[in-house]
Design a protein around this ligand. Sequence first.
Ligand SMILES: [Zn+2]
Length: 316
Amino acid sequence: MNWITNYVRPRINSIFSRRDTPENLWSKCDECGTMLFHRELSGNLNVCTSCGHHMAITPRERFETLFDGGVFTEIDVPVPLEDPLKFRDQKKYPERMKAAQKNTGEKEAMLVAEGEIGRTPIVSAAQDFTFMGGSMGMYVGNAIIAAAERAVLKKCPLILFSAAGGARMQEGILSLMQMPRTTVAVQMLKEAGLPYIVVLTHPTTGGVTASYAMLGDVQIAEPNALICFAGPRVIQQTLGEKLPEGFQRAEYLLDHGMLDRVTPRTEMRDELITIARMLMGQPPAVMGDLPAPDMVEALPTPEKAAEKPTEKPEDK
Ligand SMILES: [Zn+2]
């Protein structure tokens, strides 16, 4: 990586990838009802600036803010058999898939990429709850295996962001088979002595918590994320008892020894850099992801050259 990939490319990308969202778009926080200007909201990683409520963030947006300069390379995931069971509920499974692909603009419920964070090479996988509830089917299994294999090949940590309603029922037993498959993938990392860091986001439930989402060397969660196997409604109905407040939420799990950290999204990147470097036996990150000051001055346009090279490392 050099200043072209770290600095110029993201700038060019940002010019071309600018979404045509109207400037005056406001969204309402589900938690406190504050109207938030979309730019302010996305600038704060979809965390409410008023109450700190963590709203959903797509894997692509997450990667754009996670990797240095927003630069990452997607890793190819082998595409599994389509609709092996010819499943149909109210809709056919392929129809549901098409609708989800259209809504999200993504192929499937997990995105895998590699790049650098704080100049530390990593592989990362992120699950998309908006894609059929982030459900774990054969593709997600393949994605985790591809991510683990890549991390082993590159000898770097794997950081996984989970968000799921569980296994994909349209794939029946084949989706359940992803639990042992992904467990073996995690085992590959452990055998290679590489860190596997899990960031649990709202909500992570079902078979996903019964496999790869709970096998991290370090388990981090976003504030107030629901993390469980069976959801609170099911438990409440079964027991016929009222559940304690905050039950199955990130902070509750932290108090009960199920998690290592609960970290706000806005601090997550720095924390992941620190943990990844520590576990890889590397010295703490000193430089941020901006190019060295002399590089900034060497850039052609006058306004770029005039940019203060002083706003770097620490205040990223
Ligand atoms: Zn709020």
